[in-house]
Design a protein around this ligand. Sequence first.
Ligand code: 9MR
Length: 376
Amino acid sequence: MSMRLSRRKTLGLLAAAPLAMSPAAARPLAALGPAAARAGLIYGASASRALFDDAAYRTLYLRHCRAITSDVDLKFDWLRPHGPARWEWGPADRLVAFAERTGMAFRGHALIWNENPPGWLKRLSLAEIRRVFDEHIDTVVGRYAGRVAVWDVVNEPFWPGHGRPGGYRDGPWLAAFGPSYVARALKRARAADPKAVLAVNEAHCERDDAVGRAIRKGMRRLVDGLLEAGAPLDALGFQGHLQPQLPYDDARFAGFLHELGAKVGRLDITELDVNDESFPDDVKRRDALVARRYRDFLTHVLRVKQVRAVINWQLADHYSWYAGLARNGELRTRRPPRPLPFDAAYQPKPAFGALLAAFEARSRKPEPGNRKGANR
Ligand code: 9MR
């Protein structure tokens, strides 16, 4: 009896699941992961504790994602909030195990980042900070060796607003080593996990204003310097937190990707979403504009054959970091933002259609069609 009941229950749940069918026609809703794979891409999203606390949200990941990035659990201040000797491994261990169990490629984010240093780190001497840096990389990368497909070894190396030479982002690691912290981090990460793909991940490169230009210039120089020095740089990540309220030029950004792809070989879009704060309140119009931004960006970017992954920063609007910014009054409006492919009821939005169409367009093209490496 329990068999029959549980089967019926399962079928009932499937029928009720919002994602089993598309709302428009009773056609099964396409899944993003396989559509991306047909285009030689890996599709995924960042995840944090909501993945475990919210079963319906987890279902969405299982249906659409073939990769998971840690949103916060592997950040320095989350692993070591209280002091140098106390490590909080629980959430990161759980996320890595989930990826492993479900066959998703895991992207470790962010090993070394000059933002958000815990108070205790800021109080150390430079010599102590240097020691903690080395120990941190050895310990974290060593712990998960063989289980992390890609590491964002260094996150956001540049922020021109800090006024440092070369436009580097300021913080403890820059203070301790100067810009050579980037090469040092890559080398140590390689030693601790020879198999992981090692990446530098940067923001704002698609912006066509002074900030975007300065960061692109910094990245060009950094990449050339790292390659000349023989540092193990396997990939570059471009976050893609699209800001339609600022100047942008997708063709120019794609040109930049072409240029860097020829040097590095693998490029990933790592944190894709669209800030809708400048769009109208009307949800239909807003969703259409968000989807158009996805479409235009991906149309250009997916022509670059070295682009291998497209990762959203969370999957459903209410779990976006923008939802937090709106609640805290840090956006120009307090209405709930709609930056992602799924809404708060886990229904696909026009942005979902834009992602799917972009993947399908790339899979129809013989070029770039580089299908190797689409599983990491
Ligand atoms: O989504 C993340 C948010 O929950 C954290 O509070 C914040 C600080 O750790 O980082 C957010 O993720 C950022 C990512 O690590 C780097 N690029 C920008 C992302 C959005 O702020």
